[in-house]
Design a protein around this ligand. Sequence first.
Ligand code: A3P
Length: 286
Amino acid sequence: NPVGKEYKNYRFWPGSHKYTMEWQYDNWNPTNDDVLVASYPKTGTTWMTAIVKNIIYRDSAEKLEMTKSISFLYSYLEQGIPLKYEVMEKLPWKRKIWGTHLPAPLVNMEKLKKNGCKIIYMVRNPKDQAVSWFHFCQKDPFIKSMEGYSENWDEFFNGYISGKQANCAKEGEWYPDHILSWYPYRNDDNVMFMAYEDLKKNTAVEVKKLCDFLNVKRSHDEILSIVKETSFDQMQTEAYGLSKSYFFRKGRVGEWKRRFTVLQSEQMDEKIEEKFSGTDIRFTYV
Ligand code: A3P
């Protein structure tokens, strides 16, 4: 695997470090004020993180400052160096917002449950996720050189659904396996599953649910402004540098239809059925 790193048989893209992952599992000790946005890449992580920041820090003059410091320190559990955890502890923000693309077995779920650390797990339909990932990889020379990646959509698709292009996954695994790793925790009090498509369709309703989950009181008007400030158009306009092109593309449900052939759609349906038939996970594709 030329660029990915391996840890406990899971493969990762550059930026994830096994020492940091290990340290995180053994020593990271979040409280019930901490919030962890967990997700597979390209499922709406950037959007959810912005919503959570807005819910918690919207009145605070420190909002921007906090956002900058935390992103500077790599709020992703698996990234950066273990020392960042000590630095984060010394920062004044009461409620820290973390992110992770780790599969659940690499997060100490028992400890987090005991501590009451809030976890939001984003789920997106795997067809839109695949298209989003395909475009994302093209922008990044490192990821582009990952095993199993191709600039040709048909080749990419075949490699992707057969787990040849593992990222945050074991050899042979792909996005559904990540969802399944988190699935057993979905009903825990400190965990909330959120679908990209539900958030897109009824943003205000879902933001209200998030406020309740995070124990933050927000008025109806405040919720409406959170929705506005974190809308795709608003966030894309405000983004700058690499993040502008990396994390904002279309922001829609159903874009997969422009890429997938009928056969590819059927192939994916079959794989999805195999993976999720024993669960209550059903995806929204339009
Ligand atoms: P598309 O490539 O389908 O447009 P992540 O943040 O996990 O990397 O996910 C990126 C995906 O979320 C991209 O999907 C991006 O356009 C979309 N996205 C980013 N901000 C969004 C927002 N405010 N509302 C809706 N979708 C958003």
